[in-house]
Design a protein around this ligand. Structure first.
Ligand SMILES: *[C@@H]1O[C@H](CO)[C@@H](O)[C@H](O)[C@H]1NC(C)=O
Ligand SMILES: *[C@@H]1O[C@H](CO)[C@@H](O)[C@H](O)[C@H]1NC(C)=O
Ligand SMILES: *[C@@H]1O[C@H](CO)[C@@H](O)[C@H](O)[C@H]1NC(C)=O
Ligand SMILES: *[C@@H]1O[C@H](CO)[C@@H](O)[C@H](O)[C@H]1NC(C)=O
Ligand SMILES: *[C@@H]1O[C@H](CO)[C@@H](O)[C@H](O)[C@H]1NC(C)=O
Length: 945
């Protein structure tokens, strides 16, 4: 749980946070910094920057009061800001408007993982006390400011994962206190400055995924404390300096995907602390470094895609911790050493594409953690040892393109986790063992180009998870194609070509509805082809060289024989007459059954219980909590491609919203809750309460409330399923010039009335009443008829606060009632306040922002109403103008600072529906001050009616 949501912290901060604007006398001369800024100015600068950020869900009790000792912002004893932590808040904006000279005492600035764009301002160097700067995972562009080099105190500099260009400024080499320098995942070019070698305290240097050129400076060897050096994915070339061997504290060294040449540093791992060494995708020659032979700390070694030579068995020895070994696509030779049975932690072994000889040692069956074994494209001979069947975790086995012979061991049937099996291009013979049908997790099975004989075991039809490929081509298989292959509902590609199969293609293949390619060429098959999409669209080559197909598809000659081969018929294909008779007979039977069924139902009358259940199910496919079994869950995962961004339609306080089209055609909005590590938050531990509350919410049905269908929970994710509302949320509509203009004054009035109706309903007509707690323009959706639909009602409470009324950090900045800062008590009146903000937002076309705080200043509010109205629309016509003015007056009453003085939502709704006031003045002269408190008895603006 983020400390942001901790009520205790917040109440503490509320006690501590008030700072009066200090008088000049209070600015003591003992200030250590050159610029003297008052704490009040600091917080003002910061809060005004924050309030201009889009999307932020930060809640500051009152934007006009400076706040610190708040988890996101901490201050020193004098109230000057020392730390700003606003990581991972999805905020969007630039740094331009943040005047850094306002924070002379800032030590820690963390804006990691947001959507900040634009350049890094060069006045950043004025942060002379800064030790920690993290701007990583944003969209910052431009160059790294040279001025950073003058922040002498900097210990951590993280600019990873942005769009930064230009060179690494040499000035960074002046940061003598720097311990962590992360510039990875940008577009930084030029060379690595040799002076980086001056940063003696450096522990981590990440420059990966940039466009750096040149060679590795020898001076990097001076960085004796370095534990991480990552140069992956650049355009570096040349020899790797021997000095790298001096980095004895290295834990991780990555040189991959560059153009390095020459030999790998032989003395690597001298210090014995190396855990990961990767250098794939270069032009390294020579042998595997001697220093790795007994590098017992090593967990991960990737040297694939180089030109390494040598005997694989001799060069790696005592590596008890090794879990990932990839030496594929080199020029390694020698035999697989039986000693490797001691690599007890090995999970991944890839030696593909080398020149390895000898046999697969049966001892490999002892590698009990092995999940992937790839030995393809070598010169391995002999049989596949049956001990491989003991590798119970094996997920992928690829032995393609070797010289393996003999039979496939029956023990393969024990590989229950096997997902990919590729034994193609070998000399394997004998039957395909029926035990293979037990490998129920197989996704892809390739036995192509061997000498397998006998028939295809019917058990292959048990492999219902086969999806990618079933390739049995280029063998000597005979007999008929088992009709059980029709059970392979997920299979996409079936290749049976170049065998000696005979008989018909079973019509059951019609059931394998995922097929996109079937190749049966070069067999002895005959008869008609099953009638479905894949066969209809197939190109003729996929059927050539058979005994002879006939029939309507594929351009084959008409069938001669009159007997039918439906099901397992012997010869020929049905003639038209039989076909028609069968169809007509079938149709008659169906009609008969329907008639009988209807009569039966009429006579029996509805069985109350059963019918109710099925009705409920039709109406609402999501029963609360378990989503009607796992079907709907899986449908949603499938429809959103496991929550792929391309289906994302919004971002809310507690989650990301996706659009999902279910197989039934029904469209739903799915809100995937943001949970740390996929765990249920502590508050949800009481699942029963939670379930009941969600259930109650699913029962709310109202024209202006988005239907909550239910809730799905799964180990790794939880989501709420809502009705899908076409036009999206009000915030986005108002932000978009075109959409905002489509939403004319009449529509806007309708939207406001709809929201009022919905709130009146949940406050006054639901038992128990529901307080929304987080009304903002993000939570108001607009349907095709421009009706407002309130979403996310009640979930704020359910999701965050159990059944307590004490508010945790609920609400969106700019919509939260000011009393929440003092009382912590959420009442209906908080919703009323937020509604008032919505009214102003809809009529102004943007969030009122500062306006609301200005309203409470004496004399600061003589703004003409007409100037406030959304200027993108033409001025309201006489028909709506009276209503508009009345609505503004109601809205202003709703944001009254005293909750008791605010009207209830029922009042508001009734006034909106039934009052038809008559305006006494023209719009052009009405000011806001006139409308404040206008609901009192004698309004100067309206003639009561
Ligand atoms: C903030 O908290 C620290 C310790 O938690 C305290 O020393 C300091 O005085 C507080 N600052 C203000 C301005 O209240
Ligand atoms: C930034 O703040 C400093 C100190 O508060 C002030 O002197 C300076 O004028 C400000 N600069 C801008 C561009 O607002
Ligand atoms: C290696 O770099 C090239 C471009 O230089 C890129 O296309 C390729 O995807 C990278 N390979 C890996 C495995 O990252
Ligand atoms: C590897 O063996 C060599 C000589 O046998 C020894 O000097 C070195 O310290 C060993 N390295 C590790 C990491 O054990
Ligand atoms: C097996 O490895 C080869 C490369 O050696 C690759 O082309 C083939 O696609 C792999 N088989 C499967 C099923 O992934």
């Amino acid at each position: 749980m983020s400390p942001l949501q901790n009520p205790l912290l917040i109440s503490l901060s509320l006690v501590l946070l008030f700072f009066p604007n200090p008088t000049p006398a209070q600015k003591t001369s003992s200030e250590t910094t050159l610029v003297s800024v008052s704490p009040y100015e600091e917080t003002q600068t910061l809060l005004s920057w924050i309030s201009n950020l889009e999307n932020h869900q930060l809640f500051f009790p009152n934007p006009t009061i400076p706040s610190c000792n708040f988890s996101a912002i901490t201050c020193n004893g004098k109230g000057s800001i020392t730390s700003i932590k606003l990581a991972s808040l999805n905020v969007r904006g630039n740094l331009h408007s943040l005047n850094f000279s306002s924070f002379p005492n800032l030590i820690h600035l963390d804006l990691n993982n947001n959507f900040l764009y634009g350049p890094i301002p060069s006045d950043l160097f004025t942060l002379s006390a800064l030790t920690f700067l993290d701007l990583s995972s944003n969209r910052l562009s431009g160059r790294i400011p040279t001025g950073l080099g003058s922040i002498k105190s900097l210990a951590v500099l993280r600019l990873s994962d942005n769009d930064l260009i230009g060179r690494i400024p040499i000035s960074l080499s002046k940061l003598m206190n720097l311990e962590i320098l992360l510039l990875d995942q940008n577009q930084i070019s030029g060379g690595i400055p040799a002076k980086i070698g001056n940063l003696k305290k450096l522990k981590q240097l990440r420059l990966d995924i940039n466009q750096l050129t040149g060679t590795i400076p020898m001076s990097l060897g001076n960085l004796r404390d370095l534990t991480v050096l990552n140069l992956y994915g650049n355009r570096l070339h040349g020899l790797v300096p021997r000095e790298i061997e001096d980095l004895e504290n290295l834990i991780e060294l990555d040189l991959s995907n560059n153009s390095f040449s020459g030999r790998l540093p032989q003395g690597i791992c001298r210090g014995g602390s190396l855990l990961k060494f990767t250098a794939f995708g270069n032009d390294f020659i020579g042998s595997i470094p001697k220093g790795l032979r007994n590098c017992s700390s090593l967990i991960r070694l990737r040297l694939d895609g180089n030109l390494l030579v040598g005997n694989v068995g001799e060069d790696l020895d005592f590596l008890p911790n090794l879990s990932y070994l990839d030496l594929s696509y080199n020029k390694l030779s020698g035999e697989l050493p039986t000693r490797w049975r001691d690599l007890k932690n090995l999970m991944y072994l890839d030696l593909s594409g080398n020149a390895i000889t000898g046999t697969i040692p049966p001892e490999f069956g002892k590698l009990s953690k092995l999940q992937k074994l790839r030995l393809s494209q070598n010169h391995i001979v002999g049989g596949i040892p049956k001990e491989i069947g003991q590798l119970s975790l094996l997920f992928e086995l690829n032995l393609t393109d070797n010289r393996l012979s003999g039979r496939l061991p029956l023990e393969f049937g024990k590989l229950a986790n096997l997902n990919t099996l590729d034994l193609s291009e070998n000399y394997l013979s004998g039957p395909i063992p029926k035990q293979l049908g037990n490998c129920s997790n197989l996704l892809s099975l390739t036995l192509r180009n061997n000498s397998f004989e006998g028939s295809i075991p019917i058990q292959i039809g048990n492999l219902v998870n086969l999806q990618l490929l079933l390739d049995l081509s280029q063998n000597s298989l005979s007999g008929e194609i088992p009709s059980e292959l029709g059970n392979l509902h997920k299979l996409e590609v079936l290749n049976l070509s170049h065998n000696m199969l005979s008989g018909f293609i079973p019509s059951s293949l019609v059931n394998a509805s995922s097929l996109i390619l079937v190749d049966v060429s070069y067999n002895n098959l005959e008869g008609t082809l099953p009638v479905n999409r894949v066969f209809k669209r197939a190109s003729p080559e996929l059927f050539i060289h058979n005994k002879g197909f006939c029939g309507s598809i594929g351009g084959f000659p008409p069938c001669k024989s009159s007997s039918t081969n439906f099901g397992h018929g012997r010869t020929g294909c049905p003639n038209l007459a039989i076909f028609i008779i069968i169809i007509v007979a079938g149709a008659l039977v169906i009609i008969f059954l329907i008639v009988v069924g209807v009569l039966f139902i009429i006579r029996e009358g509805p069985k109350v219980g059963e019918n109710k259940v099925s009705e409920e199910n039709d109406d609402n496919p999501f029963s609360v909590w378990n989503c009607n079994g796992r079907i709907v869950y899986e449908d949603i995962i499938e429809a959103t491609e496991n929550f792929n961004n391309k289906y994302q339609i919004g971002m809310g306080g507690y989650g990301t919203v996706y659009k999902a089209v279910l197989p039934t055609g029904k469209v739903v909005a799915v809100k995937k809750l943001h949970l740390n590590d996929g765990e249920l938050p502590d508050e949800l531990a009481d699942q029963k309460t939670f379930r009941n509350e969600i259930k109650a919410l699913t029962e709310v049905r109202h024209r202006n409330i988005v239907k909550l269908y239910g809730f799905c929970s799964h180990v790794r994710c939880m989501f709420l399923v809502y009705e899908y509302i076409e036009r999206g949320n009000l915030h986005d509509i108002l932000k978009d010039e075109n959409k905002a203009m489509e939403l004319d004054w009449t529509d806007r009035v309708r939207v406001i009335k709809g929201v009022a109706r919905a709130l009146s309903y949940i406050h006054h007509d639901c038992r128990p009443p529901i307080v929304h707690r987080d009304i903002s323009s993000n939570n108001i959706l607009i349907d095709l008829d421009y009706e407002a639909c309130l979403s996310d009602f009640g979930t704020a409470k359910v999701l965050k606060a159990g059944s307590s009324d004490l508010s945790t950090f609920v609400g969106t900045l700019g919509y939260v009632a000011p009393e929440l800062a003092y009382t912590m008590k959420v009442t209906e009146k908080c919703d009323v306040y937020s509604f008032g903000m919505i009214v102003l937002e809809v009529l102004m076309g943007r969030h009122p922002g500062e306006l609301v705080s200005d309203l409470s200043l004496p004399g600061g509010i003589d703004i003409l109403l007409k100037d406030l109205l959304d200027q993108r629309l033409s001025p309201p016509t006489v028909e709506v103008v009276e209503e508009l003015v009345f609505i503004v007056m109601l809205g202003l009453a709703c944001i009254h600072s005293n909750p008791q003085s605010r009207p209830t939502m029922r009042d508001v709704f009734q006034k909106l529906s039934f009052c038809h006031p008559h305006l006494l003045e023209p719009l052009d002269t009405i000011t806001l001050s006139q409308l404040i408190d206008g609901l009192g008895d004698e309004s100067p603006t309206f003639d009561a009616s």
